[in-house]
Design a protein around this ligand. Structure first.
Ligand SMILES: [Cu+2]
Length: 113
């Protein structure tokens, strides 16, 4: 009477291992790729200049590890010009930058925490 019950439990364990195994393995697959071309770290900076007509923003920024860039002042292209709406020169911000098509893009901007 007890033996079949144990067998069922073991079967469940094997099935669970089989189900969770592949889906768990598939998880890390796409994320390193996203990490390379999209998922970036927040960088602190200060807005120096905004050109709303061209969607460009000049930021004095701290080091950007994912772009291998030291602290400097430089121009970024806003991925979406609407990102610049809430900001003006002198604002302390944190932002995410990415390299796309040979240009430096700002993909997110928030007031500095
Ligand atoms: Cu820079």
């Amino acid at each position: 009477m007890k033996q079949p019950f144990v067998c069922v439990l073991m079967l469940c364990g094997i099935l669970l291992a089989g189900v969770t195994g592949p889906s768990w393995a598939a998880g890390p697959g796409p994320s390193p790729m996203a990490g390379e071309d999209g998922d970036t770290d927040w960088t602190l900076g200060e807005v120096r200049k905004i050109a709303r007509e061209t969607g460009k923003i000049t930021i004095r920024h701290q080091a950007i590890p994912n772009l291998d860039m030291p602290p400097m002042t430089m121009v970024f292209q806003a991925e979406d010009p609407a990102l610049l709406e809430k900001f003006q020169p002198g604002d302390k911000i944190r932002f995410r930058a990415a390299m796309a098509g040979g240009k430096y893009l700002v993909t997110h901007i928030e007031p500095a925490p």
